[in-house]
Design a protein around this ligand. Structure first.
Ligand SMILES: Cc1cc2nc3c(=O)[nH]c(=O)nc-3n(C[C@H](O)[C@H](O)[C@H](O)COP(=O)(O)OP(=O)(O)OC[C@H]3O[C@@H](n4cnc5c(N)ncnc54)[C@H](O)[C@@H]3O)c2cc1C
Length: 383
């Protein structure tokens, strides 16, 4: 067993850390306040190679392993949780297309994704179906050799910016549930797609949006893998992206806990630094412990992915536990920072709002526990 990152991973982390300190973190507060990313953000992330993390080198990406991708995303989250979704989405969708798309699909769509010319959204959630995603209703009606997509997706992160979407649509019957779902990778800048940005508690720059599809034409070349296979492919992608979301939550909350520890050493009350009171120090120690353990669980899931081992249970465990742990840690640390933490002048309050979002994004605790229960109990004995 080896808990050390490789020298290459350390160098990558250092490079991302520099970008975060110089560019990403300073811009995050304004983006949050104004409810939109700075126009140059996507080009900058692309210039850093961050849209090609999981895209093979032959298609212009970095072809990174899962652990290295985790290293990058954790560093980014320390500066701005919301920008992570742009990187996460390309890592997820790039991975799904690489694993399931044919050569023609990979050659056509992956290079622009790696160059940052395509901003990608994952379009799964609908007004009537979130956790029960296998019941999704957006229809793909046959139209010549292709289909027309009609229906509504909602709460789609980056929906306001996305040029392309991985859209999960029903090609089969509702009773078929997951087996009646097909994934289409399709351009979204089309008169048949209407978007409305949704107001949010956190990640306010993320352009979370409602997308109404009104007969968007998709051809056979937009089908990822095959008809009826989309849901299973998406879930296999989530097995890995859920560990990345865990690291986003942990990365962000760890900064706030560090801020709180520093504050507790400096700030005095009743004639002593706050850190000398067990009532202040011990909760921070406990949250640092939980975050440490959650981080290891997330990296174990990614490591198992790289080793070709099953990682569904570990990734889903990380997804329900790390965001919960991180939200509680960020909350406690904010209280330790007192009114400084509460102020929107600094990043602490924003980080808490953003971290809460990671408890919902990519599935709630219920969605992940259902997956784990099926693995641990067997499908016929699980809820
Ligand atoms: C920041 C953010 C980013 C997001 N990004 C995307 C995105 O890019 N693409 C996308 O498609 N969606 C996205 N979503 C939507 C997200 O995936 C859904 O909100 C999530 O899956 C939950 O679905 P729901 O909101 O419909 O809640 P529901 O499914 O209605 O659930 C409501 C509550 O009931 C609980 N619950 C549901 N079923 C059970 C059960 N069987 N047992 C116990 N409890 C249960 C849930 O845990 C939840 O607390 C995002 C959401 C947020 C907040």
């Amino acid at each position: 067993m080896d808990f050390l990152f490789t020298p290459e991973q350390e160098a990558l982390a250092e490079k991302v850390r520099t970008y975060v300190a110089e560019r990403l973190a300073p811009a995050a507060a304004r983006a949050d306040r104004e409810g939109g990313f700075p126009p140059e953000l996507f080009a900058e992330l692309a210039a850093e190679g961050l849209f090609g993390l999981r895209i093979p080198a032959e298609y212009g990406g970095m072809g990174l392993d899962a652990v290295s991708t985790g290293v990058v995303i954790e560093e980014l989250a320390r500066g701005d949780v919301t920008a992570c979704y742009a990187v996460l989405n390309t890592a997820l969708v790039g991975g799904v297309l690489t694993a399931n798309g044919g050569e023609e699909m990979r050659a056509r769509w992956l290079p622009p994704m790696a160059r940052g010319e395509a901003v990608v959204a994952v379009c799964m959630t609908e007004p009537g179906h979130g956790t029960d995603a296998a019941a999704l209703e957006l229809r793909a009606e046959p139209d010549g050799d292709g289909w027309r997509l009609s229906g509504e997706k909602t709460s789609i992160m980056l929906g306001a910016y996305a040029t392309h979407g991985l859209v999960f649509a029903r090609t089969g019957e509702l009773a078929e549930r997951a087996r009646g779902v097909t994934a289409f990778y399709t351009p979204l800048d089309d008169a048949h797609v209407a978007r409305t940005t949704l107001p949010s508690l956190g990640s306010r720059a993320g352009g979370r949006a409602r997308l109404v599809f009104d007969g968007l034409r998709v051809g056979p070349e937009h089908v990822v893998g095959g008809t009826g296979l989309g849901f299973a492919q998406g879930m296999r992608g989530f097995d890995y992206s859920r560990a990345l979301i865990a690291l986003i939550a942990v990365g962000a909350a760890s900064v706030t806990v560090s801020d709180a520890l520093a504050h507790a050493r400096e700030r005095e009350a009743f004639g002593l630094p706050l850190s000398r009171f067990q009532g202040v120090a011990f909760p921070l120690v406990e949250h640092a412990t939980y975050l440490h353990a959650a981080r290891l669980l997330a990296y174990e899931a990614l490591w198992r992915n790289d080793a070709g081992l099953g990682h569904r249970v570990e990734a889903n465990m990380a997804k329900w536990w790390a965001p919960k742990t991180a939200a509680e840690a960020a909350h406690q640390a904010l209280l330790t920072l007192g009114h400084y933490g509460w102020s929107e002048d600094g990043p602490v309050a924003r980080r808490l709002r953003d971290v809460i979002g990671t408890q919902l994004a990519d599935g709630t605790a219920a969605a992940t526990k259902l997956v784990i229960a099926r693995e641990l109990l067997g499908r016929e004995h699980a809820p």
